[in-house]
Each structure stands twice: as structure tokens, then as C-alpha cells.
Design a protein around this ligand. Structure first.
Ligand code: SAM
Length: 290
């Protein structure tokens, strides 16, 4: 269906894809606030939750329509009609960037097909926030979102992830985190590096770096992003400067050489002896005596 402009304004509306905070409300951008305050319709997962956000941002709530996996398809005509009538429409999700493991994709596809003007209003996205703080390669990466919960689909997806050479970003619910990490360890090998990013942008934000087989995730609480190192066909270990800097930091924080080497070896997936030898070779380190 193509957009027919029936407008008083003689222009079709814009479909705005607006990112909202994933925890820290200050991450709602001024542009997002301005757009949400100006559109004729906001499509959101939960009108109460989005209403609260709009209220906190000082916006008088425009009309809202519930957009979730059950309703998104049925909203397409309403959104295209609004755009055709010259009204701007925004899509938001409960948190983060719409369309990323959240509703939005189907309306956007229909709007593209109809020739509508679509404009993103970028902001928080848990996948990108977790990736950039993981210390794993960011040059080439893939977003896997949630893995299927069970059955052959899950096994197949985890095998595909294990074979992936790029960094892989996953979302997981807290009560499934341990099982997913364990299934990934079985498929990828216990020494594959991983970062678990918890409660991004919130008070209890935490990054746990380690290897799949030994990482200590504690008692899962809150929201998690898993960032998994890609499969290294020709495994190049981190270079000496990176290992030395990591050991220096441990020693500066009060660890003995031996403990610093053990911690860094585990975190970076290098032999303990390599890390220890670098502490001995580095005369500038001032560490407590053992
Ligand atoms: N569209 C959202 C985005 O752009 O980040 C993601 C929505 S998805 C339904 C929700 C999942 O994202 C959570 O289960 C969790 O895996 C991840 N997530 C969202 N907020 C997070 C946060 N503050 N810290 C860590 N992970 C988060």
C-alpha cells in the first residue's frame, strides 16, 4: 500500500523511531523529548510505562497505541493512514531502541514499502552499550538477540553462534543466563572469552569478564547482555602490552604478582606463566612484597 497524502498540510507525516533509556533516564536525548512532544501518535509496548516516561520528560502525552508482537501487524494501516494525513508518528519500545529485539520492524518494513519518510532518533541500545565496554573486538560483530528457549532450534542456533568468527552479542533473561552460558561453553569450549554486562546504565551496572567455562556470574539479578568472543581460526593471543597493563592494574590495586598473573590469565585466556613472566620483566611495577 502506498501512502496517499490526504493532508491538510499537503505533506505526509514522518515515522520517527525513537530510542528511550535502558535504565538511566538522563539517556533520553533532547531530540527524543522534542519529537515525542510533537507527534500525533506514539506506538509503544506499554502505554502506562511510556506515559510515565513522557510525564517525567515533561511531555503532555499524545494519543498512544499499543504495539507489541500481537498488535503490531494490525497497527500498520493506522500508522500509514496517520502518515498520509500529515501526522507524524513515533515508535518507542519499553526501553532502548525500537526494532532491536523489540517491536517496530514490521511497521517500518510496511512504511518503507509505502514510500514513507522514516527517521531514526538514536539513543540507548543495550547491545551496543554492552559491546563497546566488553573489551572484545568491535570491528566486526553480530547481534543474535535472544536464543530460542529450547528444542532443536536452540541447539542449531547455539552451534551457529559457536562457529561465528565475529563477536556475538546476545540478550538473556536472568533466570536463563546460567544455562545459556553453560550451553555456550559446551558448544564453544570452556576457554572462549566472554563478557557479561549487567544492569547497564543503572546503579548496579557491572561487567564480568572471563571465559565461558569458569566465569562467575553470581546470582543472576537484573538485565543482562552476553558478549561472546568470535571463534578464532588462528588464535592470536592478546599482545604483551595489553597483558602487562592488566597485570599492572591488578598489582596497583593491591594484588601480589602471583595473584595478578592468575586473575589476568583467566580474564584474557592466556597461560598464567606468560602473565607472570611479564610481571617479572616489568621493572616499573611497584607491588606489595609477597
Ligand atoms: N530494544 C532494546 C535495546 O535496544 O536494548 C532491547 C529490548 S529486549 C526485549 C530486552 C533485553 O535487552 C533484556 O532482556 C536484556 O537482555 C537487554 N537489556 C535491556 N536493558 C538492559 C540493561 N540496562 N542492562 C543489560 N541488559 C539490558
Amino acid at each position: 500500500m502506498a501512502i496517499t497524502v490526504t493532508a491538510r498540510t499537503n505533506r505526509s507525516g514522518i515515522l520517527w523511531l525513537v530510542a528511550t533509556p535502558i535504565g538511566n533516564l538522563a539517556d533520553l536525548t533532547p531530540r527524543a523529548t522534542e519529537i515525542l512532544g510533537s507527534v500525533g501518535l506514539v506506538c509503544c509496548e506499554d502505554t502506562r510505562r511510556t506515559g510515565k516516561l513522557l510525564h517525567l520528560a515533561g511531555i503532555t502525552a499524545p494519543p498512544m497505541a499499543v504495539c507489541n508482537e500481537h498488535t503490531e501487524h494490525d497497527l500498520i494501516d493506522r500508522v500509514l493512514d496517520s502518515l498520509g494525513a500529515g501526522d507524524d508518528v513515533a515508535i518507542v519500545s519499553d526501553a532502548g531502541t525500537p526494532g532491536i529485539s523489540d517491536p517496530g520492524e514490521r511497521i517500518v518494513a510496511a512504511a518503507v514499502a509505502a514510500g514513507a519518510t522514516i527517521t531514526p532518533v538514536p539513543g540507548a541500545c543495550a547491545a551496543v552499550a554492552g559491546l563497546i565496554a566488553s573489551g572484545l573486538p568491535t570491528g566486526r560483530w553480530v547481534m543474535e538477540g535472544f536464543v530460542p528457549r529450547s528444542g532443536p532450534e536452540r541447539r542449531k542456533r547455539i552451534e551457529e553462534i559457536a562457529a561465528e568468527q565475529r563477536t556475538v552479542v546476545l540478550y538473556e533473561a536472568p533466570h536463563r543466563l546460567a544455562r545459556t552460558v553453560s550451553d555456550l561453553a559446551d558448544a564453544c569450549g570452556a576457554d572462549r572469552r566472554v563478557t557479561i554486562a549487567r544492569e547497564l546504565t543503572k546503579l548496579h551496572e557491572e561487567f564480568i569478564h572471563g571465559a565461558l567455562g569458569t566465569i562467575d556470574i553470581g546470582e543472576p539479578r537484573g538485565e543482562y547482555v552476553i558478549v561472546l568472543d568470535g571463534r578464532h581460526v588462528d588464535r592470536t593471543p592478546p599482545d604483551d602490552d595489553i597483558i602487562r597493563a592488566a597485570v599492572d592494574a591488578e598489582i596497583a590495586a593491591g594484588a601480589s604478582r602471583r595473584d595478578a598473573a592468575a586473575t589476568v590469565a583467566k580474564r584474557l585466556g592466556v597461560p598464567r606463566r606468560v602473565a607472570y613472566d611479564l610481571t617479572i620483566g616489568n621493572r616499573s611495577i611497584s607491588e606489595p612484597s609477597e
